[in-house]
Design a protein around this ligand. Structure first.
Ligand code: SF4
Length: 528
């Protein structure tokens, strides 16, 4: 479904802001690829682009790939921007550049929906999801595209049913330039973890697309050139377990039809380990990774943050169950919790070793607006706004101790030998349990073979020859070569290299300690 045009034509420029360098954006691995420049195509902005009236030309620029130019701004009649809190500074910068061309600028997405007052310079604020606010914004631009005399706020009261969402405008994005593809089946999560803004922003009763929409989106992603992996960006893939079960047979069919050229990953709560029927379906559909917000191995801390659902099965058992279906667990971890003690860092390192999880996003606690944590810290007078600090939370432990613990954990967890040993475990215990994919002519195309060769050459040259952890690399790589595990070598090193390089910077104080940190470091791609 698309919006009505009211008989006029407007040229809309959609600009996605740069990311600040972070643990989760994998930019250190881009030079190992054949031209990847950005992490994932932004679902929200590509959805808005697809919802525009049919006769409105839309241009999409991801500033992680290239900056919007003077020619782009001269072409446009209005600019749309969307992003997360961590992109706040870059979004305000896009607004400033668009205003230099006297363009009206609208902002939507999660950051402005949670904190409209972060964006005083924008002409239009779109607060909430796609819905009546979007129609009002489009009607306003149809009437008059020039800048209003003061800021206008449109708030979504009636959200568009997700079954009416158009297919995101993937054709406007250069999909080959992305590390991962992205897709969304549901929105919202039934749980209420204290630190999380998802239930407040998107609701506790997950809204859904249909399985047919998802397979149509996958067709479109493939047509537009996506390769490798596609990430379900749903807040919790099993937020509605019946819906997940309904979808999986369609994904399996789609994989069989298209020759298993894509692998899937998603985010889900750890209690997915109690659902063997879902795990079996995911294995069949070739899910290879699940991101679980484990947050902490400490049960007292889990209870305090209202994440008791992580204890529905013993954590270690849950991880092993997921591994037994051929899926690697990626884990979110939070340090700086009220329940942390001086020995928390040591316990975390023991947990990493015991779980054999290669990739853990270790963040310092950050209070996000519109969360129960934020409200509690306001009551306790424990929120601070200081751009020089790594978090806006006054920790119970001394600040320097918490940051030192984070740096030490990053440094130790991502020592090359330790990390590659955890990959060794996954190669031995988890990956062999993945579904045996029929080798299809869609997989064995010349572009795919060429891509593999390019990545292999880059890995050997940039890590094996020029890198500074050559010994650990060759120890790992030679085993893969001897056993013919080339695909594992490529997929492991694509992730491991970023983790090793990022963690080095982190342990030397050059990186943010939170993916959500408001502390804005120099972004990776210059905008001017
Ligand atoms: S389970 Fe995940 S998405 Fe749901 S409220 Fe908790 S942290 Fe947020």
């Amino acid at each position: 479904m698309r919006a009505e045009s009211a008989g006029v034509v407007r040229r809309i420029l959609c600009v996605f802001p740069r990311y600040t360098s972070s643990f989760g954006t994998f930019e250190y691995s881009y030079p190992l690829t054949d031209g990847v420049q950005a992490f994932m195509p932004p679902q929200g902005l590509l959805l808005i682009a697809a919802y525009m009236p049919e006769n409105w030309p839309v241009r999409f620029i991801d500033e992680n790939i290239r900056p919007a130019t003077a020619e782009d701004f001269e072409w446009a009649e209005a600019v749309f921007v969307s992003g997360m809190h961590i992109q706040r500074q870059q979004m305000n910068d896009i607004c400033r550049r668009a205003h230099a061309f006297e363009l009206s600028v609208a902002i939507g997405g999660p950051s402005v929906s949670a904190c409209p007052d972060y964006y005083p310079s924008f002409d239009y604020l779109h607060v909430g999801e796609l819905g009546d606010a979007t129609d009002e914004l489009i009607a306003q631009l149809a009437r008059d595209p020039s800048r209003p005399s003061r800021q206008v706020v449109f708030k979504t009261a009636n959200r568009l049913d997700m079954t009416c969402f158009p297919l995101p405008a993937y054709e406007l994005a250069e999909l080959k330039r992305y590390f991962l593809g992205s897709i969304q089946y549901s929105s919202g999560c039934p749980y209420q973890c204290e630190f999380c803004d998802i239930p407040g922003l998107y609701g506790r009763n997950p809204r859904l697309k249909t399985p047919q929409q998802i397979t149509a989106e996958l067709d479109k992603l493939l047509e537009c050139g996506i390769r490798g992996s596609v990430y379900f960006v749903d807040d919790n893939f099993i937020g509605n377990r019946k819906a997940a079960l309904d979808l999986l047979p369609h994904l399996v069919e789609w994989q069989k039809k298209t020759g298993f050229v894509l692998r899937f990953s998603c985010e889900a709560t750890l209690n997915i380990a109690k659902r063997p029927e879902i795990l079996a379906g995911m294995r069949e559909a070739f899910f290879s990774t699940i991101f679980c917000g484990i947050e902490t191995p400490d049960p007292v801390a889990l209870k305090a943050m209202h994440k008791d659902h992580n204890m529905m099965v013993p954590i270690m058992e849950g991880i092993q169950t997921i591994n037994s279906y051929g899926m690697e667990v990626v884990s979110g971890i939070i340090l700086g919790l009220d329940t942390d003690k001086p020995e928390t860092g040591a316990h975390l390192l023991e947990f990493i070793e015991a779980s054999q999880i290669p990739l853990l996003t270790i963040n310092l606690l950050q209070a996000l607006p519109k969360t129960p944590l934020w409200d509690r810290l306001v009551r306790e007078n424990r929120l601070i706004e200081d751009e020089g600090l790594e978090s806006n939370v006054v920790f119970r432990q001394p600040y320097d101790d918490v940051v030192d613990t984070w740096r030490r954990c990053m440094g130790v967890a991502y020592e090359p030998a330790k990390l590659l040993q955890r990959y060794e475990y996954q190669i031995r215990e988890t990956y062999p349990r993945q579904i045996e994919r029929p080798s299809s002519r869609q997989q064995l195309t010349w572009p795919n073979i060429k891509l593999g060769l390019v990545m292999l050459r880059n890995i050997f040259w940039k890590i094996g020859v020029l890198g500074d952890y050559k010994f650990e690399f060759w120890k790992f790589a030679l085993r893969r070569l001897v056993r013919g595990e080339i695909e594992y070598l490529i997929s492991s090193m694509m992730v491991a290299h970023h983790l090793i390089m990022f963690a080095r910077g982190a342990s030397r104080g050059r990186q943010n300690a939170s993916n959500y940190s408001m502390r804005l470091r120099e972004a990776s791609v210059p905008a001017e």
